[in-house]
Write a protein that binds this ligand. Structure first.
Ligand SMILES: Nc1ncnc2c1ncn2[C@@H]1O[C@H](COP(=O)(O)OP(=O)(O)OP(=O)(O)O)[C@@H](O)[C@H]1O
Length: 378
């Protein structure tokens, strides 16, 4: 087991005609035994970061530590890090058992230790029945388990997984996801998991590192990212259904600050706490953000009202329902209990949790309320 530390890590791919900045000065500490997810859209630099940690890609600048060793110049074998690939990368001319034992034979481990380790991963991954099969005769889920087994049998200090579920169908994806979580609980090995699927990241990770355009945007627990997003990108990327944004202008009604929707003259009274933020920032334009789970249809203490909405879309989804309400020319999505039912065209009022309203600066895209909360000012 080991912690992984990245200090100002940069990756630039150079070809004859161009340079691609894939990872920009990334600094991050992954704790010993932690389950960390790298999350972000395609091309944001997740895989490049993983490949630099495992030693398959040269580091252009910066330092990577595994434990207290700088590993920049070590081979993948010397790092004691294992990686399970999106494409499984199994040897098709070998049986499952031979695939599993391959890394141990390559290291010259004695036979009894090889068998002991084999039994352990076979039990953990429940692959006893397929040991003599060829990988090409296996289902995607079975191949994925063998690929995990071949990485785990090495007893690595750090285990890296690159989009391990992307080729599986939905039900297999869910069961394999739970298996990976269980493996982590059993082994307590530091795990780094790359995905572009926020639900996967949210359900697996102790902490999530959100990346975009080669840059780390924010690292935090699920709750931190949902409740204290650093900027518009993180607020929008995390959360299902996505956060509602409304472009607003600041205005005053009888000495009280109000937010006026830009697309209409609809106004919402600014809760007292948030007035503090606005007074200090001297901005005219602001984007209001509110998550669909933080809106009610009934009045409640600590909630601020948005009246006279019309239900546009009602989606019955079983465990919860999604209701899209048009209010002041804006479509706002609300999540309700399964028992709540609304007719399209029905008139409704919405109530937003004051503590969960986020205000963003449209120019810098920074979340102002998060900054003030982190400073203990609101
Ligand atoms: N070998 C390479 N040569 C040149 N550019 C590369 C190479 N590998 C990756 N890139 C570029 O580096 C950037 C980051 O790629 P990377 O694969 O790390 O992103 P990613 O977030 O893992 O994307 P995905 O989710 O699609 O796998 C992209 O612009 C990509 O095109």
């Amino acid at each position: 087991m080991a912690e992984v530390t990245l200090k100002d890590v940069r990756k630039v791919y150079k070809s004859q005609n161009e340079e691609v900045l894939a990872v920009k000065d990334l600094s991050l500490e992954i704790r010993d035994g932690e389950f960390m997810c790298f999350l972000g859209p395609s091309g944001c630099g997740k895989t490049s970061t993983l490949r630099m940690i495992v030693g398959l890609e040269e580091i252009t600048n910066g330092e990577i530590y595994i434990g207290d060793r700088i590993v920049n110049d070590l081979t993948p074998q010397e790092r004691n890090v294992a990686m399970s690939f999106e494409t499984y990368a199994l040897y098709t001319h070998l049986t499952v058992k031979e695939n599993l034992l391959f890394p141990l034979k390559a290291r010259g481990l004695n036979k009894s230790d090889q068998q002991r380790r084999l039994r352990k991963v076979v039990d953990m991954l429940e692959i006893k029945d397929i040991l003599d099969r060829s990988p090409s005769s296996l289902s995607g889920g079975q191949q994925q388990r063998v690929s995990l087994g071949r990485a785990l049998i090495r007893q690595p200090d750090v285990f890296l997984l690159d989009e391990p579920l992307s080729h599986l169908d939905v039900s297999l994806r869910i069961s394999t996801r739970s298996r990976i979580k269980r493996l982590h609980n059993q082994l307590s090995t530091t795990m780094i998991y790359v995905t572009h699927d926020q639900l996967e990241a949210i359900s697996l990770a102790d902490r999530i590192a959100v990346m975009n355009f080669a840059e780390l945007q924010q690292v935090g627990t699920r709750e931190e990212l949902l409740d204290r997003p650093k900027n518009i990108f993180v607020a929008d990327f995390i959360g299902e259904p996505p956060i509602n944004f409304v472009n607003c202008k600041l205005d005053k009604n009888d000495d009280k600050f109000v937010l006026r929707f830009k697309n209409s003259h609809y106004t919402i009274e600014l809760p007292e706490k948030l007035e503090k933020v606005i007074k200090k920032e001297y901005i005219e334009d602001v984007i209001l953000g509110i998550r669909p789970h933080d809106i009610l249809f009934r009045e409640k203490k600590g909630y601020v009202g948005l009246e006279n909405g019309t239900v546009e879309i009602f989606e019955f989804l079983g465990e919860e329902n999604h209701v899209t309400v048009n209010i002041g020319g804006e479509s706002i999505t609300v999540v309700t209990d399964a028992k709540d039912y609304f007719k399209e065209g029905e008139k409704v009022d919405l109530y937003l949790s004051q503590d969960k309203i986020h205000l963003f600066d449209p120019e810098t895209e920074e979340c102002l309320t998060t900054r003030y909360k982190n400073q203990g000012l609101i």
